[in-house]
Design a protein around this ligand. Structure first.
Ligand code: NAD
Length: 257
């Protein structure tokens, strides 16, 4: 099955856990894929791994800070220059901060809102002319289960993730007439290098991580990034042609506990 054959896709946060898995899966399914992340070298590493593991993969990279408004035009222009079209935008880049709201700093708020929320708006706006022209354009915005189930200590992140759901619905409303579908995915616990590194810094192992918080969902485990990439793929593909304004929970059933 080549579910994205002939399509061109941008994936932000492409050097990270879910972004790299999505980039790889998109290449397997025939998309010409542009991975975007902050720095060249991790991007080059991920792109090379995809080329090594996926025969015929057409993957390129753009290093840019999506938190800066001007980056959106650069990323879309770079993609159109290479491929002449754009069919799929996956807004996935994200950062975390750990400040109770009572102590939340203005700089942290601004940084989180720029990267986790405004970058999604800026990239969507820059991409829409090409996505409309595609005739089968799709945007997939990566939110989080914590958009709906907040916890103590990550307020700025959770607020930004809730904003993504609202933006997704409004954009879906506005773009339906132009043939662009807009959906959100809310991952639950997903075991990515970010979490492994964070635990390692505290002297804990990947197995400690696998054990911790695994009780938060019906499957009693963390997701592999590829298990989040598949629902993203589906929403990006024509198989999801009647899906728009949706919030897809990819959470191992966390929400019913
Ligand atoms: P990750 O940290 O592995 O990847 C995020 C990537 O975004 C990184 O490669 C990082 O360099 C990049 N990035 C950060 N700021 C950027 C910027 N300004 N410009 C360009 N790139 C930037 O994280 P992940 O776990 O793969 O998460 C991907 C998305 O999924 C994020 O939006 C995250 O909030 C969301 N999410 C993750 C989980 C989880 O458990 N892993 C759960 C829910 C939601």
């Amino acid at each position: 099955m080549r579910r994205l054959e002939g399509k061109v896709a941008i994936v932000t946060g492409g050097a990270g856990g879910i972004g790299a898995a999505t980039g790889r899966l998109f290449c397997e399914e025939g998309a010409k894929t542009v991975l975007v992340d902050l720095a060249d070298s991790p991007l080059a590493e991920v792109a090379q791994r995809i080329r090594d593991e996926v025969p015929g993969a057409e993957v390129t990279t753009i290093a840019a800070d999506v938190g800066l408004e001007a980056s959106a035009d650069t990323i879309v222009a770079g993609t159109l220059e290479r491929h002449g079209r754009l069919d799929v935008l996956v807004n996935n880049a994200g950062i975390r901060a750990y400040e109770p709201l009572a102590e939340a700093k203005a700089e942290t708020w601004q940084k989180i809102l720029s990267v986790n929320l405004l970058s999604y708006a800026w990239l969507a706006r820059a991409a829409l002319p090409a996505l409309r022209a595609s005739g089968r354009g799709a945007i997939v915005n990566i939110s989080s289960t914590h958009a709906m189930n907040p916890r103590a200590g990550m307020g700025q992140y959770d607020v930004a993730k809730a904003g993504i759901l609202s933006m997704t619905r409004t954009l879906a409303f506005e773009e339906a007439a132009h043939g662009v579908r807009v959906n959100a995915v809310c991952p639950g616990l997903t075991l990515t290098p970010f979490h492994v590194r964070r635990f390692a810094a505290e002297g804990r192992t990947e197995q400690d991580l696998r054990n911790e918080r695994a009780e938060n969902n019906l499957q009693r485990r963390w997701a592999d990034p590829r298990e989040v990439a598949y629902p993203i793929l589906w929403l990006a593909s024509d198989e999801a042609s009647y899906m728009t304004a949706a919030t897809l929970m990819v959470d191992g059933g966390q929400r019913v506990l």
